[in-house]
Design a protein around this ligand. Sequence first.
Ligand SMILES: [Zn+2]
Ligand SMILES: [Zn+2]
Length: 249
Amino acid sequence: MKPIEIADGVFFVHSEMVNWVLLTDGDAVTVIDTGYPGQRGDVEDSIRAIGRNPQGIEAVLITHAHVDHIGSAQYLADTYRAPVLVHPDEAAHARRECHEVATPWDVLSNIWRPGVLPWAIKLIRLGGTAKYGIDSPTPMPVPGALTCPGAPVPVLAPGHTSGHTVYHLPDRGVVISGDALITGHLTSPVSGPQLLPQWFDHDRGMAAESLRIIGELDADILLPGHGPIHHGSVAEAAATARERVGASR
Ligand SMILES: [Zn+2]
Ligand SMILES: [Zn+2]
């Protein structure tokens, strides 16, 4: 999983199961999402692959507190003394004071669908069934750009989880969309801009509404939490995903 420099100082790391993003400013690094627990070495390797040292991690940001996005967050925080910044609306979920996750029952009742069983087996191998949270997430100051490398602007896009946050890089024309807008998933029969299958979302109606929020961001590169990079108007990508939600009702 070789990082791709998609814009100046913006690196996308795509893996089969989940993606993450690195933002750099000189030697300093912001990590946005951190893979599954079993991918911590991959996250560190991705930082070395772009010529930086994990010691240079200044901040760890998460889009939301599902295990495939926070799997290395606590480790990176402890090892490199970097804060884990989360949107205030996602902080309780990150501390596991509430649960907004597909349950084992959700998985089992969908296991007959194409792709779900292979996905579940890979998830188990990557430590995805661990009871995993973040001990002391730092609520990020909102609204406005953060001061960490890349100066990402957090934008609340709730639904997948209550505090799901996308990150806009207005100067680079990039949106990092986490699971609020994806382009593919092992459990999805279609490719291109879409929401995850419904049973992954905490509040499907709100997730569909949040596509309007994402569609208002001025950008032409979408870096999703799952699936490949999408080049082209993010507004159009969000509209495509909205149409697909309508068609699946
Ligand atoms: Zn998720
Ligand atoms: Zn995810």
